[in-house]
Design a protein around this ligand. Structure first.
Ligand code: GLU
Length: 472
């Protein structure tokens, strides 16, 4: 084991809502750092000013906090590297660009997007890799000066050294080898002055002391370019772990366009962050335990050696499984807070506690609580078709008897049900289902006794009388 502490980072671009793929990358980086007792950095990659926004950045912080990820350094809390937003690090990039320049490793490129596009198409049509042809590589000083004077905007390219093998050991994919001859000179500063991803991302990793770059494997082929830059500047090269991209249930790569798979959306739909974490940690990473993992257990479980290459698919059925597990683990108080939007006001705390106890295993999302709030504190919705069929089948007589027994009062539900069974000759589901249908309007739900103990007895009698009427 190396003695350098593990430093990971999550480096999102604030150009949209955080989707699950990115949230998974953030979680894995967070866990890797926590597992090793290292540092987890949040760095905002907003060099693309046109597409980045303050609003998305604020949402990003909120989403990550909601998921339960805390960073040790970041734009909002600072840290030894002072600024963690790339827009504010321009000065630093300029200094490092100047060093590359001084080493003769950059040159201005005047090719227009249109020209580059045509060249690309020609290469593709000839069955060749579409790398930059090097048009501006060997311009003379005069030619460069001429173009600059004529006001042509210039991007800056990195001069890729010829015939070098770039190799690295990827934690997930094993040994990787790339030939520099397959990599065209690439842009490190755009014509508008902003630095390109390859450059600022690699420089920041090195300057911020990042020792492990854990990211989606769509970046695998970017890595040799970044290594070339770091080598040229004599900067430390981190370890890399490229995890398989997350796919949507449709098998397509998850992207910001899968709006419904943004973290924000899952949160609005009532998913618990702990449930989302339990699903995400098993996507592209195998856990030894197939049971619920709380925060401590999850970072203890995390193992870089169990990151996988196979495409990982988001699966809502799995997420719902973890949701049920998560809800079952909420304390009564947390459960009440979680469903608070559905609760009526002015109910005493003790009664709310009993209510929570009665319904908690029948609620998967806060909105599910609405039905039971109406049943207990208000008026249940009209019986659904199945419940209606049960009411009709039991018949008027059954409910009239039930209403009489309940009106006499003074007894517990169990006792009353037993007496009703004796009088009507019904037992088991034939006895309980019609009662459930009449009292709640549906055939599923929590145990009846504790639920009915919370309802005003006159209201129960009224519901039974109504059932007696509608049963015909
Ligand atoms: N800003 C890059 C992205 O969002 C970061 C990639 C990386 O983790 O290096 O894809």
């Amino acid at each position: 084991m190396s003695s350098t502490p593990l430093v990971t980072r999550f480096a999102p671009s604030p150009t949209g809502h955080l989707h699950l793929g990115n949230a998974r990358t953030a979680l894995l980086n967070f866990l890797a750092a926590r597992h090793a007792g290292g540092q987890f950095i949040l760095r905002v990659e907003d060099t693309d000013e046109a597409r980045s926004s303050e609003e998305f950045m604020r949402e990003l912080f909120q989403d990550l906090h909601w998921l339960g990820l805390e960073w040790d350094e970041g734009p909002d809390i600072g840290g030894p590297h002072v600024v963690y937003r790339q827009q504010q690090r321009r000065q630093i990039y300029e200094e490092w660009l100047a060093r590359l320049d001084a080493a003769g490793l950059t040159y201005p490129c005047f090719c227009t997007p249109g020209e580059l596009n045509i060249a690309r198409k020609q290469l593709l049509a000839a069955g060749k890799p579409p790398r930059y042809a090097g048009t501006c590589r060997n311009l003379t000083e005069e030619q460069r000066a001429e173009r600059l004077v004529s006001g042509k905007a210039a991007a800056l390219r990195f001069r890729v050294p010829p015939s070098q093998i770039i190799r690295f050991d990827d934690v997930v994919h094993g040994e990787q080898r790339f030939n520099s001859d397959d990599i065209g000179d690439f842009i490190i500063r755009r014509a508008d002055g902003s630095t390109a991803f390859f450059f600022s991302n690699a420089i920041d990793d090195a300057l911020m002391g990042v020792t492990l770059v854990l990211r989606g494997d769509d970046h695998l082929t970017n890595t040799p370019r970044q290594i070339l830059i770091l080598q040229a500047l004599n900067l430390p090269i981190p370890r890399y772990a490229h995890v398989a991209l997350l796919q949507g249930m449709d098998g397509a790569k998850l992207s910001k366009r899968h709006g419904d798979l943004s973290l924000r959306d899952l949160r609005k739909r009532g998913y618990l962050p702990s449930a989302v974490r339990n699903h995400l940690v098993r996507l592209g990473h195998t856990c030894v335990s197939d049971g619920w993992l709380d925060e401590a257990a999850m970072s203890a479980e995390f193992d870089l050696n169990r990151l996988g290459r196979a495409a990982a698919k988001f699966d809502e059925a799995q997420l719902r499984h973890w949701q049920k597990e998560g809800v079952a683990r909420l304390s009564l108080d947390d459960f009440l807070v979680w469903i608070s939007n559905q609760l009526p006001t002015g109910v005493e705390t003790a009664r709310l506690g009993q209510f929570a106890q009665a319904i908690r295993y029948n609620v998967e999302f806060p909105t599910d609580a609405k039905l039971w709030v109406d049943v207990v504190f208000g008026v249940p919705a009209d019986a659904d078709a199945d419940a209606m069929a049960r009411i009709r089948e039991a018949g008027s007589e059954f409910f009239a008897t039930a209403a009489q027994l309940f009106a006499a009062g003074g007894k517990e539900f169990r006792q009353l049900a037993r007496e009703l069974g004796e009088r009507t000759g019904r037992k088991g589901p034939a006895l309980y289902m019609p009662l459930r249908a009449a009292l709640t309007g549906v055939l599923h739900g929590p145990e009846l006794g504790p639920l009915l103990a919370l309802i005003n007895p006159q209201e129960i009698v009224a519901r039974l009388e109504t059932a007696a009427r509608v049963a015909g």
